[in-house]
Write a protein that binds this ligand. Structure first.
Ligand SMILES: C[S@@+](CC[C@H](N)C(=O)[O-])C[C@H]1O[C@@H](n2cnc3c(N)ncnc32)[C@H](O)[C@@H]1O
Length: 325
């Protein structure tokens, strides 16, 4: 660890400033130009996030944009200069997400298509998403990549369910919304019915919902953003008491075990995570927010029913792939 890292790690605790690789280089150059001691530049502190992906390996092609964006999104894409597209991509990959642009949509839809294609090809498939909220990147991807497929989501917040229904109503795939806790999945699906179970940025939401249930906080009929500060307070407490695993691991693994029942033999579970700047600003404990995948991986390693494997190009800080035995 070099001096800057020690300093940034100390600094980060107070200010949550994340920088891209280029910004970090600029700061180092500035420090040397001004002949500043590291301890004198605390006000310029930054933290280097593990990137979601390698910026230099991602091609934002017009061909992909045509495939994965709708007409309105594609027009917005065409209006951006290459420089703007690259800057937005770099921010997306190297910082907690602070803006929502068509580049985000394009990147995530393409990335999901990439791993689904590696695992299943572009065949017809039954995919079950857990806790989608109203995020539609998976059904949007399937409508373009896996035609004639069946997208199923188990999601229990009423408001987000109606928003998701609205966003996906014109997609040319079969969609089933299970308006219930995913722990009850066996009421709705038979054994070994789905090819893939996806957790698209949702392990954190599942964990938070488990904790809310223990506290008597309603997550079904409430507005998610309104209850988010309360959830973050609970996460802070769990972090401070180092009790997250004790509070959550068992119900979380029980949920996964129920889900494994509806997954075909040799079927896959895909989990991803990334950080939102908004949650950090509300005080989400950084160590948990940044390391959700690592925390979940440790819990999941106790399951004998499935095994983890890696896919090239998918950073293990942000992705988990499991195969059912
Ligand atoms: C903020 S939204 C999810 C957002 C989305 N995954 C994303 O891209 O960030 C949180 C959702 O998780 C759902 N959720 C949490 N735990 C759940 C569970 N056990 N079963 C079904 N839905 C759950 C909530 O009902 C809510 O709709």
């Amino acid at each position: 660890m070099d001096k800057l890292d020690i300093w940034t790690l100390n600094y980060r605790k107070e200010y949550n400033i994340y920088a891209t690789f280029l910004e970090k280089i600029q700061i180092i150059i500035l420090v040397h130009m001004l002949k500043l001691d590291y301890c004198n530049i605390l006000v310029m502190g930054c933290y280097f996030m593990k990137p979601l992906d390698n910026f230099n390996e991602i091609v934002i092609s017009e061909e992909n944009a045509k495939k994965y964006l709708n007409d309105i999104e594609f027009k917005e894409f065409k209006l951006m200069s290459n420089e703007e597209k690259n800057q937005k991509l770099r921010n997306l990959l190297e910082k907690p997400i602070f803006e929502f642009t068509v580049i985000n949509e394009l990147y995530f839809r393409s990335k999901w298509a990439e791993c689904v294609n590696i695992l299943m090809g572009d065949n017809r498939l039954n995919l079950l998403e857990i806790a989608s909220g109203d995020a539609d990147m998976i059904p949007q991807m399937m409508a373009r990549n896996n035609i004639n497929s069946h997208y199923i989501t188990a999601n229990m917040n009423k408001e987000l369910n109606s928003s998701l229904t609205n966003k996906t109503k014109d997609l040319p795939i079969r969609i089933t919304l299970i308006d219930d806790d995913a722990a009850n999945i066996k009421k709705y699906l038979g054994e070994e019915q789905v090819d893939i179970i996806a957790f698209q940025h949702s392990v954190n939401d599942i964990v938070q919902a488990i904790l809310c249930e223990d506290e008597g906080i309603d997550t079904v009929y409430s507005n998610w953003i309104e209850i988010l500060p309360k959830m973050i307070e609970i996460m802070k407490r769990e972090d401070k008491n180092n009790s997250l695993e004790e509070s959550v691991k068992l119900p979380f693994l029980n949920l996964i075990k129920s889900l494994l029942g509806v997954l075909k033999k040799d079927g896959f579970i895909i989990i991803n995570h990334y950080m939102f700047q908004f949650d950090l600003e509300l005080g989400y404990p950084e160590d948990i927010w940044e390391n959700f995948v690592l925390i979940t991986r440790k819990w999941l390693s106790e399951l004998e029913e499935c095994e983890e494997f890696a896919i090239d190009g998918f950073n293990e800080q942000w992705w988990i792939f499991l195969k059912k035995n």
